[in-house]
Design a protein around this ligand. Sequence first.
Ligand SMILES: NC(=O)c1ccc[n+]([C@@H]2O[C@H](COP(=O)([O-])OP(=O)(O)OC[C@H]3O[C@@H](n4cnc5c(N)ncnc54)[C@H](OP(=O)(O)O)[C@@H]3O)[C@@H](O)[C@H]2O)c1
Length: 259
Amino acid sequence: MSNMKGKTLVITGATKGIGKAVAEKFAQNGVNVAFTYNSNKEAADTIAADLENKYGIKARAYALDILNLDEFKPLFKAIDEDFDRVDFFVSNAMIYGRPVIGGYGKFMKLRPAKGLTNIYTATVGAFVRGSQEAAIRMEKVGGGSIITLSSTGNLIYIENYAGHGTNKAAVEAMSRYAAVELGDMGIRVNAVSGGPIDTDALKAFTNYDEVKAETIKRSAVNRMGSPDDLAGAIYFLCTDEASWITGQTLVVDGGTTFR
Ligand SMILES: NC(=O)c1ccc[n+]([C@@H]2O[C@H](COP(=O)([O-])OP(=O)(O)OC[C@H]3O[C@@H](n4cnc5c(N)ncnc54)[C@H](OP(=O)(O)O)[C@@H]3O)[C@@H](O)[C@H]2O)c1
């Protein structure tokens, strides 16, 4: 079994949903956690305190807006002050609400210069800048593992999801390029592509009830996905058990995509 104790995870957007479950999974296994929040500072501070109290690890929350890519450099500098190493980076945060107007919607309503560009920045741009900063630190400790979140909405049609789906396809491709070029540094790069997972992001879908019912119907195991389902896959890909897995996308969808 891998020894994960004393290593450090950096993850964006861990105030709720999938990011929060990932932070907890790593903390349970003795990994220190540096995570970001955007609007929910209070929730972030509570999570950091809970992780420290429950698991005896170090956890710190930092502000980050993934639409402002210049924030990644000072973010990692702040993490350097608090943590002595970076072993894992998970690019998880995703924008919602006003910034996705013109990006979340039907094809004929897409506005490339607005919401669509924002989704590109938040998905591909944030993965690139976060991974670059993380890789500099990982190289110093002999390697590491980088994961980007993706979604099966880049494989199958999901209503209103064109903007997100195409950018998830792009970030998967970018992660394969990164895998090839960072391999010499001992860094593995993979994507975890989730089917619909019950989080606030999914609840923001205008047709949430329909998506939920359809997911359960399609799933080979007759249920919706939970944040813990993705956390387990992400954790596995960061362990030594996955040491020859790089440049891959692991689809975690309860069997919903094929059906
Ligand atoms: N839910 C699904 O069905 C599903 C399926 C497959 C893949 N995914 C992917 O999994 C990831 C997490 O999704 P989720 O459902 O857990 O989302 P979520 O519950 O909506 O959480 C989003 C996170 O992103 C942060 N965030 C929002 N706007 C931000 C900004 N401008 N800058 C920095 N951080 C920002 C939020 O922080 P604050 O709370 O502090 O604002 C929050 O921590 C996303 O990449 C998503 O595409 C989701």
